[in-house]
Design a protein. Structure first.
Length: 302
């Protein structure tokens, strides 16, 4: 049987008993122990009856651990705890043991066994370690998870919280600077619309605004930079949206960090009143604008 793509089988020490047989330091010890035992369970010439009910139950349990991931998996923790109990008993009875020679007796109802171990451990005051974030849950794709793990180890000494905090900080910085992409700004607009439960269409049609809110006949166009040469293309987009979709409201959204000079240049289009339904504003003011349009559309304002 082959290993799962994201798991490299540990090499147990041939001198003495591996430390992860005797005690647990973190979830990796549970993984190494259960996977090492799995090697013996799946050996064709090994000490286990391949078709035994308990053996089958163990194989299925390991399969589920690989799919869910060992990290932050309390079921795997208590399964490994049970295995260590059995190995301690073997050590007391045999003086020494080797997994390739001395088989464990697996119960067919492993779920009940794991539950029993958890109950005993809880009653004795044991509390499973808290897992604020599971790498496996965050990155189900093995290749992406391995990449994240490598970056986390290289840049943040394995600290997942620090790694994620760094990613979010970089994204936030990109969203409030001129380097923010059009898609960044569109996603912020979508977020503000979703917060207000406003249904919208993503148009991405040449000559029409990026987003369209049918119930309000509102078109939202996004610009992350500005140059006077772009004015003709923008006015054409606004004109076409007015004509094709019969827009009642038009708004052009720019980053908060767009320079005052550039912002005033683009606002000149609004001040010329070529479009009597046009507003040009920074992304930080979009929420207030949407609330005002909602009030107008519901008949609460002029």
């Amino acid at each position: 049987m082959e290993d799962s793509p994201s798991f490299k089988r540990p090499k147990a020490s041939t001198i003495g008993t591996p430390v992860y047989h005797r005690r647990r330091r973190d979830w990796k010890d549970d993984r190494d122990l259960l996977e090492e035992l799995s090697v013996q369970v799946n050996r064709v010439d090994g000490p286990y009856d391949f078709y035994d009910g308990g053996t089958t139950a163990y194989r299925e349990k390991i399969k589920s651990f690989r799919e869910k991931g060992y990290e932050a998996n309390n079921e795997a923790l208590f399964m490994a705890m049970w295995v260590r109990e059995q190995l301690s008993e073997l050590s007391r009875n045999q003086g020494t043991y080797h997994l390739s020679v001395h088989p464990l007796s697996f119960p067919e109802d492993l779920d009940n066994t794991i539950h029993g171990v958890e109950k005993r451990a809880t009653q004795s005051g044991f509390a499973p370690p808290k897992h604020d974030i599971s790498l496996s849950a965050l990155f189900p794709d093995p290749e992406l998870r391995n990449y994240a793990r490598e970056r986390m180890q290289m840049l943040h000494r394995g600290d997942l919280n620090s790694y994620l905090s760094s990613l979010v900080s970089k994204e936030r910085e990109s969203l409030v600077t001129n380097s923010a992409s059009i898609m960044d700004l569109i996603h912020i607009c979508e977020h503000k619309l979703n917060l207000r439960s406003i249904e919208f269409d993503k148009r991405y049609v040449v000559g029409e605004t990026d987003l369209w809110i049918p119930s309000w006949a509102l078109g939202i166009e996004v610009k992350n930079t500005w140059d006077e040469k772009e004015e003709l293309a923008l006015t054409n987009t606004l004109s076409n949206t007015n004509f094709r979709l019969r827009a009642r409201h038009l708004v052009v959204v720019v980053p908060d960090s767009l320079s005052d000079d550039s912002f005033e240049m683009i606002r000149a289009i609004e001040r010329r009143e070529v479009f009597d339904n046009l507003s040009i504003l920074r992304i930080g003011d979009l929420g207030k604008y949407l609330d005002r349009i909602k009030e107008i559309e519901s008949g609460g304002g002029g």
